[in-house]
Ligand binder design. Structure first.
Ligand code: CMP
Length: 140
């Protein structure tokens, strides 16, 4: 196992319901360290750029509007196997399919308003971290 960094977003449905601390507790209980974190209101350009890989999907417009609707918390998480560990603690994209005890099972409202985003690979983690953070903002 290797120490990795992954990228995470606490989405508007969770910040709106004051669940930032509850989500962070789940991440920390899973052994992930929050080594960078900031609350931002994403611009449309940022949301469209971040989710560019999904731009042909039918839900793209809805996804962008949701992500800019209210503040989000962008984070860098560090730990052994952080990419996989974060995906495990997040649970499946659709909360109806998420395992008990996961963030999405406990907090997500539906497949769109699903409380958190997490990088799906180490390569994408590096790209997504660089999208929102400078190196000097990450303190491990
Ligand atoms: P995320 O991990 O942030 O990556 C892309 C997002 O698109 C995903 O979480 C969901 O929130 C959203 N998404 C995926 N499928 C759908 C769908 N069928 N309808 C609406 N949003 C979706």
């Amino acid at each position: 196992m290797a120490v990795e960094r992954t990228f995470s977003i606490i989405k508007p449905d969770a910040t709106r319901r004051n669940l930032t601390g509850a989500v962070n507790a789940k991440l920390e209980e899973a052994g992930l360290r929050i080594v960078a974190q900031k609350r931002i209101h994403m611009s449309k350009d940022q949301a469209e750029g971040f989710y560019a890989v999904h731009k042909e999907r039918p839900f793209f417009g809805e996804l962008v509007e949701f992500m800019i609707s209210e503040p989000v918390v962008v984070q860098v998480l560090e730990g052994e196997d952080a990419v996989a560990k974060n995906r495990e603690v997040m649970g499946a994209t659709n909360p109806a399919e998420a395992d008990a005890g996961t963030i999405r099972k406990e907090f997500a409202l539906n497949i769109g308003e699903n409380s958190v985003h997490g990088s799906d690979s180490l390569e994408n983690a590096g790209i997504e971290i660089a999208f929102f953070f400078n190196d000097d903002e990450i303190v491990g």
